[in-house]
Design a protein around this ligand. Structure first.
Ligand SMILES: *Cc1c(COP(=O)(O)O)cnc(C)c1O
Length: 448
């Protein structure tokens, strides 16, 4: 038998405050494969660290979210939030499933066109639409969601010489009972700004008001906030009908449904606390159905969900670089990925599993990334089996907002692999190289 490795005994301060009344939950299952593909072989083939996406899980999430809504309401459309994850292969999966595109910048808009989304199925949101982007969106008959008065005036001046009427909606912000208020995007409901914007649009005669939009926040834990939002949009729609004789075609409730990640500082794990898509669907659809629209004027309901559809389909595989003892005796384990790769570690306590068998000796430890900076902490405090250099770990629920907010800093951005429904891995974004990094650089002659 192999001799057991010696671990120096240490005396540690008891951290009794960390217990909760249900007892500590320890989930020490080694995670050795993803959709049937061994973690070891993924890392051997594509390197470490490595993002892995499960196509099967993405499709399942999408289908069950659609089902939650269209079993309750007759006209439902999802639009994939590009900024959540805009790797083209990911977007294509959503579009194949029937999703439109929701974009917030000129380059995302062009990506959606490149992914074959018909212009009229692209929703253009955000406070920063350049004149050229707006013209492109007008040309393609996209849905332009106006964010502020300056954008409204810009759009009006741009379409003066054109003889087409762009399809627009306004983004509305409102008090939904969740504070602090999200009032920096769109026109405010309570102070009458939203109504003023609507009347300006109608008076201009140059724009076709087809919808009303809101996106009340992200990782929302309150379903009732959506009831308030839906009712306020319904109120605006009915005022449009009564006072301006316009029947808006759709209400867009935005995104914001939480994934099952655990927020930092929360008492219980996310999986036990966050409302489900069904819960949100129930309050939104009953609010609209009970509002009293004429059946033939029931608006299309658009959702722009991002994180809830992809977070749990993404994994980050990594490798242990080293262990050390901190001055207070705590164990520190250094991984080959840090906060530059895993941006969401700033607000989530990501679950991290060892990818191989282990002994039952566990210890509280801090997980550091490889960066030469103090903020590079993947987990402040996690109880894990002892990991050795060369061991692999699997970080869970990282599909949303990492592969768009990652940055090249000290270490470069790793490869992204998608495992198809048949269990075949495909590289959908290569690991970055020094050559790639230096493409936009140039050297003035006198420094050559
Ligand atoms: C980011 C964003 C979304 C997606 O939000 P999630 O919280 O990921 O669902 C949808 N709509 C707009 C306008 C956004 O900015």
């Amino acid at each position: 038998m192999e001799k057991l490795k010696y671990e120096r005994p240490v005396i540690r301060k008891m951290n009794t405050g960390l217990m909760n009344k249900f007892g500590t939950r320890t989930e020490f299952e080694p995670v050795k494969d993803i959709d049937g593909v061994p973690v070891k072989s993924l890392i051997r083939q594509f390197g470490s660290p490595l993002f892995v996406l499960s196509e099967k899980r993405i499709r399942r999430n999408y289908q069950s979210a659609v089902r939650a809504f269209n079993t309750r309401y007759p006209k439902v459309q999802f639009a994939w939030s590009y900024k959540t994850n805009y790797i083209n292969a990911v977007c294509k999966v959503f579009h194949q499933e029937g999703s439109w595109a929701e974009v917030v910048s000129g380059f995302e808009y062009r990506k959606a066109l490149g992914n074959g989304v018909p212009g009229e199925h692209i929703i253009f949101n955000g406070p920063d639409k350049k004149p050229g982007d707006l013209l492109l969106a007008v040309e393609n008959n996209s849905l332009i969601h106006i964010d502020h008065f300056d954008e409204l005036f810009l759009l009006l001046s741009l379409c003066k010489p054109l003889n087409r009427k762009p399809r627009v909606a306004i983004r509305v912000n409102m008090d939904t009972g969740v504070y602090p208020l999200w009032d920096r995007f769109g026109f405010n409901y309570e102070n009458g700004q939203a109504w003023t914007a609507i009347t300006r649009i109608m008076e201009s005669g140059k724009l076709n008001l087809v919808g009303l939009h809101c996106h009340i926040g992200t990782f929302m834990l309150s379903t009732s906030a959506y009831a308030v939002a839906a009712r306020k949009l319904c109120d605006l729609a009915s005022r449009c009908k009564e006072q301006l004789q316009v029947a808006v075609q759709y209400l867009d409730l935005g995104g914001g449904f939480p994934s099952t990640n655990t927020l930092k500082g929360s008492y219980l794990p996310g999986i036990d606390t966050v409302p489900s898509v069904d819960d949100f669907a129930e309050v939104i659809t009953t609010t609209i159905l009970d509002y009293g629209f004429r059946p033939d004027e029931l608006p299309l309901l658009i959702l722009e969900s991002g994180r809830v559809l992809i977070d749990d389909a993404g994994y980050l595989l990594g490798t242990v670089i080293a262990n050390k003892r901190l001055s207070d005796g705590r164990r520190a384990t250094i991984l080959d990925f840090g906060v530059n790769t895993l941006f969401t570690s700033f607000w989530y306590e990501h679950k991290i599993s060892p990818a191989q068998d282990f002994t039952h000796h566990t210890e509280d430890m801090v997980l550091y990334g490889p960066l030469c900076m103090n903020i590079d902490v993947v987990r402040e405090n996690i109880n894990l089996p002892l990991l050795e250099p060369g061991d692999h770990v699997v970080t869970h629920k990282v599909g949303a907002y990492n592969m768009t907010q990652w940055m090249q800093f000290i270490s470069m951005r790793p490869a992204v692999v998608m495992i198809d429904q048949g269990g075949q891995p495909h590289v959908i974004r290569k690991a970055e190289t020094l050559d790639y990094l230096q493409v936009p650089e140039s050297m003035p002659d006198h420094l050559k």
